[in-house]
Design a protein around this ligand. Structure first.
Ligand SMILES: [Fe+2]
Ligand SMILES: [Fe+2]
Length: 311
């Protein structure tokens, strides 16, 4: 008889629809919460290792399944640094999920209930950019490590609690009275967060993580501008929507620095990282696109609606 983990793994491999992806992603979300939380020595620490191994296999199978969908396109990314950065930057226009109709709709027309539902999903899928950067920078080469440090320092509000990005998002959660747990969150949003943690924690995906984080910096400003505009239209205070107002502009600079100081030198030093970074970027964009599609479905929004850009 198959164990629960084996059944889930099998269902995932077969792409079974229905509740299986939700069960799997909920398990991974709960595990990620546990394994990243600061804790204490436990006399029974060895009891949990078998379960950890099962989850680790499920996580690996999840990432590998996602990789199969992007491997071909990523293999076409150029290996010389200048062309690679140009290829990467073009993802802003031609990457999966770009210019999705969801965002102009959030900016211009979404009622407060829809905006709250959307933010609830997004917050649940948010793995904490600061921690992902910190996990990813371990043992990187000097130039890349320095840029990840500068990026992390910005996440830390340059040393001021009031400017820390994580708590800034928390303030919006409080202002809109959003739920703190992930109950009622669609599996696509959970999968997005679980993907980012998997790339950040497992060093075999270190360059994938760099690609995924870099593509967030590249593509977040346009979406953040739309969400900020929508929140403003709905009468949400400047203080509560500061996270989105800030990321609409700051990430433009973060993206330029990431591409110059992280992507370029890494690809110049070792061309093999090019397809890995490219895969990471496409993995993240695909996971995001899958969320937008589900959100539009839940919010009964068509795909063809094309409104002007928010930036
Ligand atoms: Fe940030
Ligand atoms: Fe950023």
């Amino acid at each position: 008889m198959l164990s629960e983990a084996e059944t889930l793994g099998k269902n995932l491999r077969q792409g079974t629809e229905g509740s299986s992806p939700l069960i799997l992603q909920r398990r991974l979300t709960a595990w990620n919460r546990r394994r990243l939380a600061p804790a204490f020595p436990d006399p029974d620490w060895s009891d949990g290792l078998a379960a950890e191994l099962e989850l680790s296999v499920l996580e690996g199978e999840f990432v590998e399944q996602e990789r199969r969908a992007v491997i071909e396109r990523a293999a076409m990314a150029p290996h010389d640094p200048d062309s690679f950065v140009a290829w990467f930057e073009a993802l802003k226009q031609n990457g999966p999920g770009q210019n999705d109709a969801l965002f102009p709709w959030l900016a211009e027309s979404a009622p407060l209930s829809a905006m709250r539902w959307f933010l609830q999903q997004e917050v649940a899928g948010e793995a904490g950019f600061d921690d992902l950067v910190a996990l990813t920078q371990v043992k990187l080469t000097k130039t890349a490590k320095l840029e990840l440090a500068r990026n992390y320092w910005d996440e830390m509000g340059q040393g001021h609690a009031g400017g820390m990005h994580g708590p800034m998002l928390e303030r919006l959660v409080v202002a809109l009275d959003l739920e703190q747990d992930s109950h009622g969150v669609v599996w696509e949003s959970l999968a997005l967060g679980n993907l980012m943690v998997a790339l950040g924690v497992n060093r075999r995906y270190a360059y994938h993580s760099i690609g995924a984080l870099g593509v967030i910096e590249l593509t977040a400003p346009g979406r953040a501008a739309c969400v900020n505009r929508g929140l403003k239209r709905l009468g949400i205070s400047g203080e509560a929507r500061r996270y989105f107002a800030l990321h609409a502009t700051l990430d433009v600079k973060h993206s330029e620095a990431w591409n110059r100081e992280v992507l370029r030198p890494l690809v110049a030093g070792e061309p093999r990282v090019a397809p890995a970074i490219a895969e990471g970027a496409l993995l993240r964009l695909n996971a995001g696109a899958r969320c937008f599609e589900r959100y539009r479905r839940e919010l009964r929004l068509g795909h063809s609606e094309q409104l002007e850009n928010c930036a």
